[in-house]
Design a protein around this ligand. Structure first.
Ligand code: SF4
Ligand code: SF4
Length: 445
């Protein structure tokens, strides 16, 4: 698909660091997997980079203080996914220089694979492209998986967003440094960086930083949506197709977002864990669209203030891009690790028409990159028949939003599929709990 790119608002805007806000809010749930385990207490003084909550198991990462200050509150706070989440609120010390404590930075070449994986986990790194999947998990594939290629995802195909674009154009050495560390940890000798052709300055910058002693190359990609989806990227760069229900590692590939890779590089440069990220704040509803480097946990209202605030006619604000992102209802919601951008829309560009019945036009089928039947899945989702959706390969849906975008009846298909996936997860957890209770009952008898 070719939705309008709309990146011109920020494509040439250099990354700028926003002033530290008066407070930051850090939810314990910022990644796929188990939320972090709280260690901090109310009233504690923390320095930037201090540990607030520890990883709770392998599928979890810690949370660190993103600014120096005092812990004002441990409580429930609006989460970007629309729910409430347990969070740590820090009142930022406005007289602090915000310098982190001095840290030991181990040289990655002297570390074993397990030590690199552990360092990446302890730094709290997750996929910064939106999925927030713990980065260290991808560095430790199952022993029987034969990984021979690392793909870096610099496609950034979502309209409006320019976070990865600017990062590649301005910090290409850091991307390459992170790629070397990942190649070392994975034991692979080849890395390909895929970048859409609409970012010529990023392609040029990365090409200029390529090392002569490692097999790292750049591959320009056709501009289309959803080119940046893992399975699409693998097909475009290698010709390999990831089978239904399988993972990239099943075809010998690990994919990582360029922003995540740059952060891995930064951790081994400075020792500072993931406490800040670049976020594109854009759209016709923002006065001064920008690419901002901000502390994780910055409240949406503070980020918008740093961009001159909203225009009077703003009608909708989205976290992420307009294809995959979700609308926000509370300006106090914090910007967490996986948020790539904020798009403020005005009535002339926001989609406000009512939802109409399906007219069976088939456009959603034509648009689906993984050949699902969104129309049929939508009917099942409306009826809450999640198990039947599973049988129709709901797991393969990557929530790309293409079907919703083309639907002339304005049916929010991908949003319904997200709810379907969540409903299925809940059903499975409930079934597992009931089975465990039944086993305990038999044992007690
Ligand atoms: S959201 Fe899912 S069903 Fe819809 S087009 Fe994308 S992959 Fe296909
Ligand atoms: S695009 Fe919309 S109206 Fe057309 S078949 Fe799909 S769900 Fe129905």
């Amino acid at each position: 698909m070719h939705p309008p790119e709309l990146k011109q608002l920020t494509a040439t805007q250099k990354i700028r660091r926003m002033p530290f806000p008066s407070e930051v809010v850090l939810p314990l749930r910022q990644h796929a997997g188990k939320p972090a385990r709280l260690l901090a207490s109310r009233g504690d003084h923390v320095e930037r980079g201090d540990l607030l909550a520890a990883a709770d198991g392998f599928m979890s990462v810690p949370i660190h203080a993103s600014a120096s200050g005092r812990i004002a509150e441990l409580g429930w706070w609006p989460h970007p996914d629309g729910s409430m989440a347990e969070a740590v609120r820090i009142t930022v010390d406005r007289f602090s220089a915000q310098l982190p404590r001095p840290r030991m930075v181990p040289h990655w070449e002297g570390l074993s694979k397990e030590q690199v994986v552990n360092a990446v986990q302890q730094a709290g790194i997750v996929g910064l492209g939106g999925a927030a999947f713990p980065a260290h998990v991808k560095l430790l594939p199952p022993k029987d998986a034969k990984i021979e290629l690392l793909l870096l995802n610099g496609a950034e195909c979502e309209p409006y967003l320019t976070t990865d674009h600017r990062l590649m154009a301005e910090q290409p050495e850091r991307v390459i440094y992170g790629a070397r560390i990942m190649m070392h940890a994975l034991g692979v000798t080849r890395c390909v960086i895929g970048i859409e052709r609409n970012k010529p300055d990023a392609i040029e910058a990365i090409r200029g930083a390529l090392p002569s002693d490692a097999d790292i190359t750049v591959q320009p990609l056709t501009v289309k949506y959803p080119q940046g989806a893992e399975k699409m990227l693998i097909k475009a760069l290698t010709g390999r197709e990831v089978p239904s229900g399988k993972l990239p590692l099943n075809v010998g590939v690990i994919v990582q977002n360029v922003g995540t890779v740059a952060t891995i590089g930064e951790v081994f440069e400075t020792g500072l864990p993931l406490v800040e990220r670049v976020v594109t704040i854009t759209g016709p509803g923002v006065r001064k669209p920008s690419n901002l480097l901000m502390p994780i946990g910055t409240r949406l209202r503070d980020a918008l203030d740093a961009c001159g605030g909203l225009t009077a006619d703003v009608s909708e604000i989205i976290f992420g891009g307009p294809m995959m992102g979700g609308a926000v209802s509370d300006l106090d919601t914090p910007i967490i690790k996986g948020i790539t951008g904020v798009v403020a829309l005005t009535p002339d560009v926001a989609r406000t028409e009512p939802t109409l019945p399906c007219i069976r036009c088939g456009r959603c089928l034509d648009s689906c990159p993984v050949f699902l039947n969104p129309s049929q899945l939508g009917l099942l989702a409306q009826a809450g028949r999640y198990e039947e959706m599973e049988a129709l390969h709901l797991a393969d849906c990557m929530l790309c939003g293409s079907c919703s975008y083309v639907c002339p009846s304005n049916i929010p298909l991908s949003q319904m599929f997200a709810l379907g996936k969540a409903g299925l997860r809940k059903q499975k957890v409930k079934a597992a709990a009931e089975a465990a209770a039944a086993v305990l009952k038999v044992g007690a008898a």
